[in-house]
Design a binder for this molecule. Structure first.
Ligand SMILES: [Zn+2]
Length: 469
């Protein structure tokens, strides 16, 4: 609730009736589509796809049934191979084939919740005070419903299509990305003619009641999820055995890793991104953003740049220690203790060189490193494509005067997997969420989305899809 007053202000910028309508476009009933999308999202959020275990098959069946009512046939894929109760979902709206297809991709799984910290049940699709509550409202069932309703609106409108529109719901984006990997490895035929892909990932910035920029995300940090493990000697806690107890040894390693100030590095993409942000910035930050290279050399400039966690994460490899395991009994010294590190590498980092540095920082030969998931492929998307320009055009139409920035994402998505299949993938955020809300609710508590934002997103996607036909 704390961000609501500001947010109402931000939204008023985009919900004014003065936004010009494209004269050629068929009349879409935006208010009706918003209401429809709101109800669908509420239903979708009731399907608990917490990953693990995922349970995406239930979500896929539901999507299939929603599209069937519109005369669009959906296919449930990969019900074997990625785990029990899991699946991918795939549908295609045919165009005349004169251009290659565009894919709208979301993930059906969500991250776990800490129920006692929520003020509404995260899995009942509560609609209250103009907001839809639930795990996945922002990441990313809300986005998926926006794509779905835009697709449905385009189908109903009968607007001529030069491209097929592919709609994909993936399993397992939040852990190993197994769903997208299965799509690319087992169903290459379904993706063969896909030129472009849109999914999550971007950082569209709403701050202080203003939309400061709309992000088209063109690159991604790579998660090098690593487990550090200490081998010890299982015994009774009543008789201490010093360093043969793996727990204190692990704790020291975790403390050293957490204290490590990884080197700062400014990539050309991030430098461009910061320069785009300078336009809306007031005060000393404007100069630092306009010349981030100089800012990093000045203590004041560096402190200012790093004061924002998102900017800090774009300037360095980051490490967050997260999961800890040791004994599950107070009186038992465990055989092993381990900690999981959420490491995110800059897109151009050499993973092997980083691992060598990490070993030096831990400085304990008894601590061994294990890979938790395979490192995803490197991902950088080109600027200035037809789709890129179309997004710029829609932003100009719906958010006059708002610049388009090209951030590099600090979070991981399925885009590198699809990029490895030769598809040009961009990340967008089809709604205008204040930065504080993004930080607190995505993977946090009380995740929710304003219905006005759902409506805005449907309009964004439906307008965009018409523009690239
Ligand atoms: Zn997500």
């Amino acid at each position: 609730m704390r961000i609501l007053p500001r947010f109402t202000l931000a939204l008023s910028l985009v919900s004014l009736p003065t936004v010009p309508l494209n004269a050629q476009s068929p009349a879409f009933d935006w208010a009706g589509l918003q209401e429809e999308a709101t109800q669908l999202l509420s239903q979708y959020l009731r399907i608990n796809t917490t990953n693990p275990p995922g349970n995406e098959l239930a979500a896929a069946r539901w999507l299939q049934q929603v599209l069937a009512k519109e005369g669009i046939e959906g296919r449930i894929l990969d019900t074997t191979g990625i785990g029990p109760g899991r699946a991918n979902f795939y549908a295609r709206l045919k165009g005349n084939g004169s251009k290659k297809a565009i894919a709208l991709v979301h993930h059906m799984d969500v991250v776990p919740v800490t129920r006692e910290l929520w003020h509404e049940d995260p899995f009942t699709g509560v609609i209250r005070d103009g907001e839809v509550w639930g795990r996945g409202a922002l990441d990313m069932k809300g986005h998926g419903i926006i794509q779905l309703v835009a697709l449905i609106a385009i189908k109903r409108s009968g607007v001529p299509l030069t491209r097929d529109i592919v709609f994909i719901g993936n399993a397992d984006e939040e852990t190993g990305g197994l769903g997208a990997i299965a799509m690319v490895e087992k169903h290459r035929d379904l993706l063969e003619d896909v030129e472009y892909l849109l999914t999550e990932g971007a950082d569209t910035r709403v701050e202080g009641g203003k939309v400061r920029w709309f992000g088209i995300d063109v690159g991604e940090k790579r998660p090098l999820w690593t487990r550090i493990v200490v081998q010890g000697k299982a015994s009774h806690g009543s008789v201490p055995i010093g360093d043969q107890n793996p727990v204190p040894r692990l704790a020291r390693a975790v403390a050293r890793v957490a204290a490590w100030q990884t080197p700062l590095r400014l990539s050309p993409a991030v430098e461009r991104f910061f320069q785009a942000q300078a336009r809306g910035e007031r005060g000393p930050g404007r100069l630092w953003l306009a010349n981030p290279r100089a800012a990093l050399k000045s203590p004041a400039g560096r402190a200012w740049l790093l004061s924002e966690p998102e900017r800090n994460a774009l300037l360095r490899n980051t490490i967050s220690p997260t999961v800890l395991t040791g004994s599950d009994k107070t009186n038992t010294i465990p055989e092993t203790a381990s900690a999981e590190l959420d490491i995110r590498l800059l897109p151009d980092e050499d993973p092997e060189a980083f691992k060598r540095q990490l070993i030096r920082v831990i400085a304990d030969s008894q601590v061994r490193l294990e890979e938790i998931v395979p490192l995803p492929p490197r991902y950088d998307a080109p600027l200035g494509t037809e789709l890129f320009k179309a997004i710029e055009g829609v932003v100009g139409e719906l958010l006059p005067g708002v610049p388009v920035a090209t951030p590099v994402s600090a979070g991981a998505t399925d885009r590198p997997t699809y990029a490895s299949a030769g598809i040009i993938a961009y990340g967008v955020d089809p709604y205008l969420i204040p930065i504080e809300q993004n930080r607190d609710q995505v993977h946090g508590n009380d995740e929710r989305i304003l219905t006005a934002n759902i409506g805005w997103g449907v309009r964004f996607y439906a307008t965009l899809l018409q523009r690239i036909m």
